[in-house]
Design a protein around this ligand. Structure first.
Ligand code: ADP
Ligand code: MG
Length: 842
């Protein structure tokens, strides 16, 4: 019996050899992050400004600017850290797992926790976690292309010597067929793979559509920024003739305009988004999935295990004449015994399959056979062509083999060569059972003279014994999640290997309509691609389907421009998972192959988690859009305030580098933290999926964002003109205009945090991070305005509280206008959205 290691042995080997992992290529250290931050154009500009001030002999100003750089480096550093930590945590969770014996029990552990002398259990679709010597194998084939480049799979078996590679499986290679048990002799850098090098770390994901759109947007804004800055320098020089001041002003303009926030915000949103998804039990393997989640229109899910719990129990049996409920088993023990015995003998001894487990449990409860008494001489495994599993037993002192089978009823009917009358009779019973959402299998027996066994199961003369019906309870969260999908315009398709009537009954139980369309795998094969594409919009259930047919389903849906998310677990699911826009691998049951083909991994295998992830995907996307739109908007007044003095020499300088730094210190954390943590929009799952062909920043969005920014600028100009009329000094004017900018900005943020809820609702939601970030700058500003030295540095003079009334009045009117615009556009939106959801359900 295989015992495996005990905890103290594990600890000893762990201490000796370390974790089974390769050193991550150049882990970002503090210095590197600082270097990255300093390389940003923003900091180069800041430093330049500081030095120009120093050159001018304005040391105080210079020192303040340079120390501001330190503060910004610190903030950026903090954000980077948070991002890195989030990603690191995910990496550990999503690393391949391994099945090992620990204290005699097969245990799933993260691949990095495998140690020397562990006993590995290798199954089809798994990646080998460490270098190991085969102890035992059954038709084991390994794909070693990762190490050798050779794509043909290699057969492995016990060789009892460490030199012979036929007896060794290597870390990182893939089990393509069969099973095996192997003992680990090298982990981490000591493995063959570790010695070759860490080439796998270098693979970088391609840009997501959003990332590429952002890149081109940033490039354009950058060009615009450079052009404007040069114009400012020239205009300033010609209007005032002071070249150094002109350059300084140009530098501060570029600092204000350059869109350095965009890439930072995008990275942070995707990284923290991945971390948020992981809290909903969904791991992100590719960041593009986060974008696509909110656009998904069709969700294809497995029935067994995803919609149901995959916890089977026997509900009733049919012995050929009577249907017997579980409650009456004791009273009918003579009738159920032969039936259950057949099922037991046709099952694996220590099975993990829920159906076989249920059979064994019933066997124990009613004191029936245990398989150990007899010797299995041959097993015919269940396959996608023949859905039946057959065991051949050798009974001593008999000239016959005894054969037991169980499987899909139709298959067993065929194997038993039933006549038409019997077939119809049993199918009637089968259908009645299946209508109760039960999974039904049939069992049969045969005997065979001791000579060469037939190649196929159909070579036996099976006698029909009866039907066994299992209940697989529906996950309680599923009906609500289905309802949510329906409201959100997401079509749910169930794909199952199970019997059509059962699938249909389960679908109805979870809230599918009565007229839902169903097609079987057999019928699917008869349709060509065009015919399938035509019919697919009417089909919601695919029954008696084999995994290889999933690919066709995905392709047909894609041909209809659907955005497809699909779940899967087996090796055969991989092509479909890869082809889907979002492949979702099952974390519990899923093979490594399925995980590697997927962009998301579902840790709890639960349908409701997928829906929760879609909801979160929509929210992340919304918040990102709002953040970007805000960044664009807030740059309008900044650009305006730097441009105006350059164009008109009678307007005093309103924004100096220090002011811009102060602004950046508000804008940066607000757009990455406040918007990121904002709650979801109203009715987020009551609107149709986002149209993926629509640009993230289309003309409309761009326009709205510009208008908001220009409104704020207009308000500032009005304030400026009023102060001018009241005859304030330059310093007083600057203080009033800057304060208006800060308060106007706070109101702009408050209004932009939600696109469906009023700013009051946003405040009441208590997004503390956001509120804190809004209050701090106002307090800081008032401190500056009350300390003479600070006033001097900022070029301010406190005009007295009374004069701030115009700021409040104008900011409040701005808020009112912004909120009105929001309210109005929501009303328009609701009209069109309601229409389109109705269209979708027709
Ligand atoms: P699902 O999509 O529900 O997981 P499967 O492809 O696993 O369906 O199984 C399809 C059918 O094959 C089942 O409905 C059952 O009739 C039969 N089957 C599955 N597992 C076994 C088994 N261990 N023994 C016999 N028959 C099985
Ligand atoms: Mg299954």
């Amino acid at each position: 019996m295989l015992r495996g290691l005990n905890p103290s042995e594990v600890k000893m080997n762990l201490d000796r050899f370390g974790y089974n992992e390769l050193p991550i290529a150049a882990k970002k250290n503090i210095l590197k992050i600082v270097a990255d931050v300093i390389k940003e154009p923003m900091f180069v500009l800041l430093l330049c400004c500081g030095f120009v001030y120093m050159l001018l002999g304005d040391y105080k100003e210079g020192i303040i600017l340079i120390s501001a750089t330190l503060v910004i480096i610190f903030i950026t550093f903090y954000q980077y850290q948070k991002t890195e930590r989030a990603l690191e945590a995910l990496k550990n969770l999503s690393s391949p797992r391994a099945l090992v014996y620990r204290l005699g029990i097969p245990t799933r552990i993260p691949g990095r926790e495998v140690v020397q002398d562990d006993i590995l259990i290798l199954n089809e679709g798994d990646r080998v976690a460490a270098d190991a010597r085969i102890i035992n194998s059954n038709n084991l084939y390994i794909d070693e292309s990762l190490l050798t480049g050779e794509s043909a799979a290699v057969k492995k078996h016990n060789k009892n010597e460490l030199k012979n590679s036929e007896g060794i499986v290597y870390s990182g290679t893939l089990v393509v067929k069969g099973r095996g048990i192997a003992k680990v002799f090298a982990t981490g850098v000591n493995t063959n793979f570790g010695k070759i090098g860490t080439s796998l770390n270098r693979i970088t994901a391609p840009d997501t559509p959003l990332q590429s759109e952002m890149k081109s947007l940033i490039k354009n804004l950058f060009l615009i920024g450079v052009v404007i800055s040069v114009c400012v320098v020239l205009a300033f020089y010609f209007s005032r003739g002071n070249i150094i001041k002109a350059i300084l002003n140009g530098l501060s303009t570029s600092m204000a305009i350059l869109p350095e926030e965009f890439p930072v915000v995008l990275t942070i949103f995707l990284a923290i988004g991945a971390w948020r998804l992981s809290k909903k039990n969904v791991l992100t393997r590719s960041p593009s999935a986060i974008e696509t989640l909110g656009a998904t229109t069709t969700l294809c899910v497995d029935k067994t295990g995803t919609i149901t719990q995959n916890k089977m129990s026997i509900e009733m049996v049919y012995d050929g004449t009577n249907t017997i409920e579980y409650a009456n088993f004791n009273a009918n023990i003579l009738n159920i015994t032969p039936l259950l015995n057949t099922a037991i003998l046709a099952s694996h001894a220590n099975s993990v399959d829920p159906m076989e487990k249920a059979i064994h449990e019933a066997g124990i409860t009613f004191g029936l056979l245990s398989t150990n008494q007899y010797k299995v001489v041959k097993e015919y495994p269940i396959s996608h062509d023949i859905k039946a599993m057959t065991h051949v037993f050798d009974k001593p002192n008999s000239d016959h083999y005894f054969i037991f089978t169980k499987g899909a009823p139709e298959t067993i009917f065929d194997l038993c060569k039933l006549n038409q009358v019997e077939r119809e009779k049993y199918t009637g019973i089968l259908n009645t059972m299946a209508e109760g959402a039960l999974r039904v299998i049939a069992v049969a027996e045969a005997s065979f003279e001791k000579k060469n066994l037939p190649i196929l199961q159909s070579g036996f003369d099976f006698q029909f014994k009866g039907l066994i019906a299992f209940e697989d309870p529906i996950r309680p969260e599923v009906p609500a999640a289905i309802k949510e999908c329906l409201a959100a315009g997401i079509k749910v398709i169930i794909i199952t290997g199970d019997f059509p009537t059962t699938a249909m009954a389960v679908a109805k139980k979870i809230g599918f309509s009565n007229s839902v369309g169903l097609i079987t795998g057999e019928a699917l094969d008869k349709l060509d691609d065009d015919a399938l594409a035509k019919r697919i919009s009417q089909i919601s259930i695919f029954a008696r389907v084999v995994p290889s047919q999933k690919l066709r389903i995905v392709q047909a849906l894609k041909a209809k421009n659907e955005i497809v998310a699909m779940t899967g677990d087996g090796v055969n699911d991989a092509p479909a998972l890869k082809a889907a826009h979002i492949g979702i691998a099952m974390g519990n049951r899923g093979t490594d192959v399925a995980r590697e083909a997927s962009s998301l991994v579902l840790l709890d295998d639960n349908f409701a988690s997928i829906v929760a992830a879609m909801r979160l995907g929509r929210k992340i996307f919304d918040n990102l859009q709002k953040a970007m739109s805000y960044i664009l908007a807030i740059h309008m007044p900044i650009i305006g305030l730097t441009l105006l003095p350059a164009l008109f020499s009678n307007i005093p300088l309103l924004l100096m580098p220090l002011h811009i730094v102060f602004l950046e210190l508000i804008i940066d954390p607000v757009c990455s933290i406040a918007f990121e943590s904002e709650a979801e929009e109203k009715g987020i799952m009551d609107r149709p999926p986002r149209n993926p062909s629509e640009k993230f920043f289309g003309k409309n969005k761009l326009l709205i964002s510009l208008i908001k920014g220009l409104l704020l600028l207009t308000m500032l100009l009005v304030v400026y003109l009023i102060t001018l009329k009241e005859g304030h000094t330059e310093q007083e004017t600057r203080a009033i205009v800057f304060t208006s900018l800060i308060i106007g900005n706070v109101f702009l943020i408050l209004s932009s945090l939600s696109s469906t809820k009023s700013f009051i609702a946003v405040i009441l939601e208590r997004n503390y991070m956001a509120l804190l970030l809004l209050v701090i700058p106002i307090i800081a500003l008032f401190i500056i305005l009350s300390i003479p030295a600070a006033q001097l540095a900022f070029g301010f003079k406190n005009p007295g509280l009374v004069h701030f009334s115009i700021i409040l009045i104008s900011s409040c009117s701005l808020l009112f206008i912004l909120e009105f615009l929001k309210y109005y556009s929501n009303k328009q939106m609701k009209k069109t959205q309601y229409g389109s959801i109705l269209d979708m359900h027709q």
